[in-house]
Design a protein around this ligand. Structure first.
Ligand code: DAS
Length: 363
């Protein structure tokens, strides 16, 4: 059962621990007294599941490794930080829901607020949808302290498992003062990416992650954390009072595709649809007609690209004559990232012109 960190009383890790014990849902390993006494950074680790928490090749047994075992597998952590751990969930990342995004984000914000002594937070997560969670957290956690999302491409008992190194380096970056103000980042294979830019580009290799359009933010070298770019951040979305996120679906364009999927999403209650277009946002006649039908019903449509790199002009959200709605271009956001941004933009407005402004601001 996932733990709602939001309900934890402020300024009291003891109270949080007591609550966790009551719920039977999470464990907080004791802080490392030697590291704390030595003035080492304090880092909180929130475990959600994924291959990093699995045994047997390729996550056939996801959810076997709890946060205690995850931390125990990296004894070197004690030399660089004082860490606490939290079991949020233990699932494959395909099971992460919008509701879990809300609770995870609020929980992290609450923990950071309650613990001013923390340098940063690390989230362990399955790699399949990690980029979506990373972007959601980037768009919703306002605190300037870093949130580092990490995982593993090889299970905990796999030969050459990458989980321990990824966790170790993530804790290093989370404890690094120069990581402040950079939002939520992803670290795997020593590379640090902006949560906004990163995408999974290979099914199995430890170097599966990249940011093909904008490149990496930095690298965790053995001695130093090296940044390739200065810190920049957009203002975040306030989700404090949000109970439910709107439904947003993704439709894929291919040669001769009809509009059946888009029509079905509208019937299912989609408030927004992201279309993975061909090339620079192209469609088929069937998809184009279904997009118009959806927009006439008030559904906001964003058009992106299935190419994996490059941009689709954002536009204004209005048709050329200014009378009707038009699809908003995704800019250089991959469609799964455009879905995250559209979901949050729809909390503010369902007018495509306003949504276009949000997308323009997040380029
Ligand atoms: N088991 C998959 C997931 O949870 C893959 C992984 O973590 O690498 O996303």
């Amino acid at each position: 059962m996932p733990l709602n960190l939001q309900s934890a009383p402020r300024n009291s890790m003891r109270a949080i621990a007591a609550m966790c014990a009551l719920l039977g849902a999470a464990k907080l390993p004791a802080q490392n007294p030697a590291a704390a006494a030595a003035g080492k950074p304090q880092v909180h680790i929130v475990a959600t599941g994924g291959t990093i928490a699995s045994t047997n090749y390729y996550s056939a047994n996801v959810g076997k490794i709890g946060v205690d075992a995850l931390l125990a597998a990296v004894p070197a952590l004690a030399s660089i930080a004082s860490v606490t751990g939290q079991q949020f969930s233990n699932v494959a990342s395909g099971s992460i829901t919008q509701d879990m995004w809300l609770r995870l984000s609020r929980g992290i914000s609450d923990t950071l607020r309650a613990r001013p002594e923390l340098s940063g937070v690390v989230v362990t997560h399955g790699t399949d949808t990690i980029e979506e969670t990373a972007y959601f957290l980037d768009l919703t956690v306002a605190d300037p302290r870093p949130v580092i999302v990490t995982g593993a491409m090889r299970p905990s008992d796999g030969i050459g498992t990458d989980g321990p190194a990824n966790l170790y380096n993530s804790v290093r970056v989370a404890g690094e003062p120069s990581a402040r103000g950079r939002g939520t980042m992803l670290l795997l294979n020593d590379e640090i990416f902006a949560g906004r830019d990163v995408t999974k580009m290979n099914t199995v290799r430890p170097d599966a992650f990249g940011a093909p359009y904008r490149g990496a933010l930095g690298i965790a070298d053995p001695e130093h954390i090296v940044w390739h770019r200065s810190a920049t951040r957009q203002p975040v979305f306030d989700i404090a009072g949000v109970r439910e996120l709107p439904r947003v679906d993704i439709a894929y364009v291919y040669a001769g595709a009809d509009g059946a999927a888009i029509d079905a999403f509208v019937v299912a209650g989609a408030k927004g649809i992201v279309v993975a277009g061909v090339g620079r946002g192209g469609t088929s006649p069937g998809i184009g007609a279904a997009m118009r039908r959806a927009m006439e019903k008030g559904v906001v449509v964003v058009i992106g690209s299935r190419t994996g790199s490059g941009s689709v002009p954002v536009g204004t959200g209005a048709s050329r004559d200014g009378k009707g709605p038009a699809a908003v271009g995704s800019g250089d956001l991959p469609v799964q990232k455009a879905r995250v941004l559209l979901t949050l933009a729809l909390l503010r407005s369902t007018n495509p012109r306003d949504v276009a402004s949000v997308f323009a601001a997040h380029q």
